[in-house]
Design a protein around this ligand. Sequence first.
Ligand SMILES: *[C@@H]1O[C@H](CO)[C@@H](O)[C@H](O)[C@H]1NC(C)=O
Ligand SMILES: *[C@@H]1O[C@H](CO)[C@@H](O)[C@H](O)[C@H]1NC(C)=O
Ligand SMILES: *[C@@H]1O[C@H](CO)[C@@H](O)[C@H](O)[C@H]1NC(C)=O
Ligand SMILES: *[C@@H]1O[C@H](CO)[C@@H](O)[C@H](O)[C@H]1NC(C)=O
Length: 380
Amino acid sequence: MKPNFLYLLVTFLVTVIVLRTLLFSEANQAPTVTAPAEKVVLRHVLPVITDYPVVKCVENTSTQNFPDFDGQPQNMKDFLTYRHCKSFPLILDSPMKCNRVNGSNDVFLLLAIKTAPENYDRREAIRKTWGEEKSYGGAKVKLIFLSGVSRNKEKAKRMMQLLEAESHTYGDILQWDFEDTFYNLTLKQVLFHKWMDLRCPGAQFIFNGDDDVFVNAVNVITYLRGLEFDGLQKHLFVGALNIGMPPVREKYSKYYVPEQLFPGDYYAPYCGGGGILMSGFTGNAISRESARIPLFPIDDAYLGMCLKKAGLSPDNHEGIRTFGINMPNAVDSFDPCYYRDMLMVHRFIPYEMLIMWKALKFTTPNCKTQIVNRTKPAQP
Ligand SMILES: *[C@@H]1O[C@H](CO)[C@@H](O)[C@H](O)[C@H]1NC(C)=O
Ligand SMILES: *[C@@H]1O[C@H](CO)[C@@H](O)[C@H](O)[C@H]1NC(C)=O
Ligand SMILES: *[C@@H]1O[C@H](CO)[C@@H](O)[C@H](O)[C@H]1NC(C)=O
Ligand SMILES: *[C@@H]1O[C@H](CO)[C@@H](O)[C@H](O)[C@H]1NC(C)=O
C-alpha cells in the first residue's frame, strides 16, 4: 500500500514538474525569439536624434499685428506665421559623417549641398563626380545633402522613402521635419550650422551650395591649401559678392520681401547662396549669431546679416560664378577651358556635370587662351 502511494505521489510530482517546465519554457519562448528578431529590426532602424532640443512649432496667432498681413502672398504669410520656429527634429541623420566629434578634425572640406527631396538625379550626379568622398593628397573631403520634407503630403511620403533608401546606401542625407520651400531655406541653413556644432565641429572648411552647381574640387582644395591657415582659427567667407543689393519689393517675385519686414534700402554685403566657401571658424560664428537674429526669407542675405553682426565681412572670389559664365557669342559654352580655372559655376544639369567632370579629369585640355583669371587665394 505504502510503496504504491509513494509511487503515485512521485509520479504526480514529476508530472507537475514536467508540465511546469514545459509551460515555463513556453512562456520563455517569446523572449528567446524576439531577441534575434530585435537584432534584425535594429539593422533597419535609422538613427534617431535625441540630443536636439525639439520644441513643437506652434503657429503665431498674432500675425494680424503685421501691417497688411492679409495683402501678403501665401508663402510670405506662411513665413510670418512660422518665423519664430527655429527648432525642428532630424528625420534622417548621418551621425558618423565626420567620424564622431573628435574625428572631425580630420575633415578638411565638408561639401554641404542644399537639395529638395525629389532631386535624386542631381544628388547622384554629384556623388559620382565632384562630390565624391575621397582624400586629395591628404585633404579629406566629405559630402552631405541638406533636405526638408515635400509640402505635398502624398509626395512627402514617397520622397521620405527615397531619402531613407539613399541614406541607407550612402549615409549622406540630413532631413529635417520642415517643409522644403524657398522661404524656409534660411531655416535649413541655420539648422545645418547647429548640426555642424554637434556632429562635425572640427571641419576646417565648408562648401555650402545648391545641387545644380559644378564644383572643380581640385581647384577648391588647391585654393584652400594655398591659404595656409587653420580654418578653425581664421575667418573665410568667399563667393560671388553682392554689395548694395536692394530688397525685391514686387509681390510676384520669388525674392519678394515686404518693407514691413525689412525697411532698409540695401542688404548687408553677402555672397550668392549658390556656392559659398567658408572656414569652420566662420561657420561657427554664423551658428552663434543666428541664435540672436530672427529668421529672414532670403537665406544668403541672412548670412550677410549674421556676418555683419559678428564683425566679419564676405569676400569676392573670381572663380565662383553663381550666375554662370558670360560666354562670348559663337564660343562653345561646354569648352572645358572655360572651367579649368573655376572653383564653381552655377546651373549645371546632371548629365552636364558628368561630361564636364570627365572632360576636366581625363583630357588635358589644350587651352590656348586664358579666359578667366586663375584662381588666386583672396586675402581675407
Ligand atoms: C507674431 O507676429 C507678430 C507680427 O508679425 C510679431 O510682432 C510677433 O513678434 C510674432 N510673435 C512671435 C512669437 O514670433
Ligand atoms: C574627445 O576629446 C575630448 C577632449 O580631447 C575628450 O575629453 C573626450 O573623451 C573625447 N571623446 C571621445 C569619444 O573620444
Ligand atoms: C516652413 O516649415 C514649417 C514647418 O514645416 C511650415 O509650417 C511653414 O509653413 C514653412 N514656411 C514656409 C515659408 O514655407
Ligand atoms: C583679371 O584680373 C585683373 C587684375 O586683377 C583684372 O584687372 C581683370 O579685369 C581680371 N579679368 C577678368 C576676366 O576677370
